[in-house]
Design a protein around this ligand. Sequence first.
Ligand code: M1P
Length: 257
Amino acid sequence: MVSSAFADRPNKKLCLFDVDGTLSLARQSASPEMKATLAALRKKYVIGFVGGSDLMKIIEQLQSGTENVLDEFDYGFAENGLTAFKLGKKLPTHTFIEFLGEEKYKKLVNFCLHYIADLDLPIKRGTFIEFRRGMVNISPIGRNASIEERIEFEKLDLKNGYRRKMIEVLKEKFPDYGLKFSIGGQISFDAFPVGWDKTFALGIVADEQFEEIHFFGDKTYEGGNDYEIFSDPRTIGHAVKNPEDTIRILKEEFLRD
Ligand code: M1P
């Protein structure tokens, strides 16, 4: 039984959305049309976002004015659900550093920084490792890259497989760390404990016993950071090409009457 918190929704179904590439273009703001479509959807369904980025970045992308983005969604999951909100209230959670411990973490960081230092890229920027609550994010070019630099890196990476190769090396070097590596965006990859992918969020919503859980994502192929939740038996997956495609599917399949 879905709780009384969602008594006003005619459909006892949950629609969960990836952020980058699904609700907005990578690191850019969601369009007014997307926001209007989500507001219309929320009148009928329970809705939530589940992003790999940290909450600050997701807020930057989904918030336009002074409204609180967490009030626009029923569920807000940042860092795959390691930072979680339900109806604007924060839920208890775990941390990456508790899981790994300082010693192991230090070895991983030192190795990555050496590896990146030896990588011959046309340009490098700053913040090669970002420490987050539920994961570390590792970027060979550095997270300070501009939008143009991101696009260039992504093209080059597609050709040269910088990220793919680095992940292979990390898997070999740290086989006992219990970590999963996942390419979710343009310039980096995430490292987090096995199982702490986006399916982590499904465990959090389980108490509501939704009749259906729909998931929308653009990186639904194997190796992409939407793959596990998209192919999980608990969800009905929708693979989208970009935010316009998300709007199209919502209008055609969820908002018709
Ligand atoms: O949400 C997808 C990914 O977005 C960013 O990736 P990048 O900076 O490489 O485009 C990161 O926040 C990453 O953690 C996240 O998975």
